[in-house]
Design a protein around this ligand. Structure first.
Ligand code: ZN
Length: 352
């Protein structure tokens, strides 16, 4: 293989650790029963033990490596949303342990786009997986889905003529949006209430970072592009107040609190002729394409979401996370396979 130039290549030792981790996962899984987390009602989840599912043609069995804990899952459990019992977890990576398709032999490392990932193993259609680049870690692979949401969302906007982009909210999704923009040199003015998240925003390349109370009144109704990434009513109000005439408000935040009801200054939106863009996407084929781009970007060292992971839990600890009893102030919590806790297993030590 020719050496690529112009980007950091993962060191051979790191790659060896990834391979060892994959082997450990497969070995560990062969000996352990299937376990998954099931939500039974508002704030109530538990670990269930089950028999392995059959493997239909065109599917693979995955030993789960990592699953990102998404705020949309936390909100669904907090609000008691959906039919119970319910399984969750859509930011998934794993290693194929058994395959009913020639395209994905056992040992293949993949990201999967599914909604039942909080488990020790799952059965998924091969068409819902993305094979990981050899330099993409399993942790970055799991977080390809949220990065895909950022890619698909931000590319609905045009930044070409914009000297500075305003970003309201630098939690996990906001930070990924920030990284995507700064990777191609954009100047980003970030607004975030939490000091720790402001610090990360500075570190991840924001030009200016302020607390919402520090926003200069002269900025209001003047900005060409404002991206809202809070999912909260106050964040949406602040973001829309900042957009100038003919400007664009991009809504990346997922608004679930108060049943998703929001009050907006419609007259102000009308008067300023705002273009309001919902930066969400639901087409699965597109999301899989963007997940592939996301994992390649991580492999090439551009947007590496694993660096934002600050809380790791196992399956037994996950019900408390879903109930909001732990990790609620985390930037990003991930579920790690039990195998990852074995002393010989690789635990990535990537730091910010
Ligand atoms: Zn998510």
């Amino acid at each position: 293989m020719p050496q690529a130039s112009g980007h950091p290549v993962r060191r051979p030792a790191q790659r060896m650790r990834e391979i060892r981790q994959a082997i450990n996962l497969v070995r560990y899984r062969k000996e352990a029963p299937v376990r998954y987390v099931q939500t039974t009602g508002k704030l109530a989840s538990s670990v269930v033990q089950a028999h392995p599912e059959p493997l239909p043609v065109g599917h693979v069995r995955l030993a789960i490596a990592y699953v990102g804990v998404c705020h949309s899952d936390l909100a669904a459990v907090a609000e008691g949303e959906g039919d119970f019992p319910r399984r969750l977890g859509h930011e998934v990576s794993g290693v194929v342990t058994e395959s009913a398709t020639a395209a994905l032999p056992p040992g293949t490392r993949v990201a999967a786009y599914v909604d039942h990932g909080y488990a020790s193993e799952i059965v998924v259609p091969a068409a819902r997986t993305v094979v990981l680049h050899r330099d993409c870690s399993l942790l970055d692979g799991a977080l390809a889905e949220p990065v895909a949401c950022v890619i698909g969302g931000l590319e609905m906007l045009s930044f070409r003529e914009c000297p500075r982009i305003v970003l309201v909210g630098t939690g996990f999704m906001g930070l990924l949006a920030l990284r995507y923009l700064t990777a191609i040199g954009h100047r980003v003015f970030a607004i975030e209430p939490r000091a720790s998240a402001r610090e990360l925003a500075r570190h991840w390349g924001a030009d200016i970072v302020v607390h919402p109370d520090e926003v200069d009144d002269r900025m209001r109704r003047t900005q060409p592009i404002v991206i809202e990434a809070t999912g909260a009513a106050a964040g949406l109000t602040l973001a829309s107040d900042l957009v100038g005439i003919d400007g664009t408000l991009g809504i990346l935040g997922y608004h679930q609190s108060n049943d998703g009801e929001r009050v907006v200054d419609m007259q102000g939106w009308n008067f300023r002729a705002l273009r309001v863009v919902n930066l969400h996407n639901r087409r699965i084929d597109n999301i899989l394409t963007w997940m592939d781009r996301a994992q390649r970007s991580a492999a090439l060292g551009f947007v590496c979401p694993s660096r934002l992971v600050d809380v790791r839990v196992n399956l037994d600890e996950l019900p408390d996370v879903l109930a909001g009893k732990r990790g609620h102030d985390a930037i990003k919590t991930v579920l790690c396979s039990d195998a990852d806790r074995e002393p010989q297993a690789y635990r990535p030590m990537e730091s910010i």
